[in-house]
Write a protein that binds this ligand. Structure first.
Ligand SMILES: *Cc1c(COP(=O)(O)O)cnc(C)c1O
Length: 344
């Protein structure tokens, strides 16, 4: 087969959820937005439901509809973007719980779907989504009378435990919600690692489930094995790839592998990237093309049939570092040309 193989280890995913869950005394939900961080929300969510997860979070109502079909009625599905004008039918038909982000959304929700479950997102300083603290006082009593399922906020700097913004957002969140007697949620993966003060009633990890930082102890969930299409000898002074960006300084053996930037292996990682032949690390050379990457396999005893880009030797965060980005972006960019294999 010419396409690369992306292996998703659902046992590792389940292990990561259990490990994060064991760090808290509260309920641990799961964030499966962006199609389960690119790995396939239905398979991810069904596996986590088997572990006992009952609450899931998505970004938009359309994702919630897909998740409802995968999970059946026995799960609560929260929507971070809340109740959008185009979302009403999906929210009603699939019993989704919008996290209302503004007074506009509240008015819309209570008018069009009276009695339908909802939660509230409060902005505690990130200035991205949520009701402003200044609005909160005005709407709080009205909201409480409608019985919100959850009140939540999101931390801007939780991947940096030393950052003063964490304590500041915690202070604001508590100031707005202490004593309200509604289930509360503040922590994603980073917030779980900040400790119990951040956990409240429900934590909602995403990236840590999928094996990414800041959960440094995560088990790897993704493996990417790329087949070699051909190998060739390159003489001293010959160049490889677009723009002649690499020149052989010794007689070299170059393997061309079947994946490129159209598969989410972004060009920016080019000059720093490595792949593995078994346990041996070999450098990528030349530019990453749309469908192909060239690798210097001169030091291998034999021509390889496959080279591994992501797996036990290199995490998604290693790849992200090579490209100057974060593991989240690598995961959610992984393309749809891969043959996808699931271990469960
Ligand atoms: C994406 C997201 C999460 C999950 O964050 P991770 O860092 O992936 O654990 C939780 N809450 C909100 C509001 C999010 O947008």
């Amino acid at each position: 087969m010419a396409s690369a193989t992306l292996t998703l280890d659902l046992n590792a995913l389940a292990q990561n959820w259990r490990d994060l869950n064991n760090q808290t005394a509260c309920e641990t939900a799961a964030v499966v937005k962006a199609n389960g961080y690119g790995l396939g929300a239905p398979a991810v969510a069904r596996r986590l439901a088997r572990e006992g997860v009952r609450r899931f979070f998505v970004a938009v109502a359309e994702e919630g509809a897909v998740l409802r079909s995968a999970l059946g009625q026995n799960a609560e599905i929260f929507v971070f973007s809340g109740h959008m004008p185009t979302g009403t039918n999906l929210i009603r038909d699939h019993q989704l719980i919008p996290l209302l982000n503004s007074v506009d959304q509240m008015l819309r929700h209570f008018e069009i779907l009276p009695g339908h479950p909802f939660g509230v997102q409060i902005d505690t300083g990130m200035n991205r989504l949520g009701v402003e603290p200044s609005e909160w006082a005005a709407v709080k009593d009205m909201l409480l009378s409608q019985g919100p399922r959850l009140v939540m906020s999101h931390l801007a700097c939780a991947d940096d435990p030393q950052h003063p913004m964490n304590a500041e957002q915690l202070r604001v969140f508590r100031g707005l919600t202490d004593g309200l007697n509604i289930p509360r949620s503040l922590a994603a993966t980073g917030g779980i690692l900040l400790g119990p003060a951040y956990h409240f009633d429900l934590c909602r990890p995403g990236i840590g489930l999928y094996g990414g930082l800041p959960f440094a102890d995560a088990s790897p969930v993704v493996t990417l094995d790329i087949p070699v299409i051909q190998c060739r000898d390159v003489a001293v002074g010959e160049t490889v790839g677009y723009a002649n960006s690499w020149t052989a300084t010794v007689p070299s053996r170059i393997a061309t592998i079947s994946a490129g930037y159209a598969d989410g292996l972004i060009r920016a990682m080019g000059p720093n990237a490595h792949v593995h032949a078994g346990d041996q690390r070999v450098p990528c050379v030349g530019r990453v093309s749309m469908d192909l990457i060239t690798v210097d396999v001169t030091n291998l005893d034999d021509d390889p049939t496959h080279l591994q880009l992501i797996g036990r030797h290199q995490s998604v965060d290693t790849i992200a570092d090579m490209a100057g980005t974060i593991g989240y972006e690598i995961l959610t960019s992984l393309g749809n040309r891969y043959a996808r294999r699931v271990i469960e």
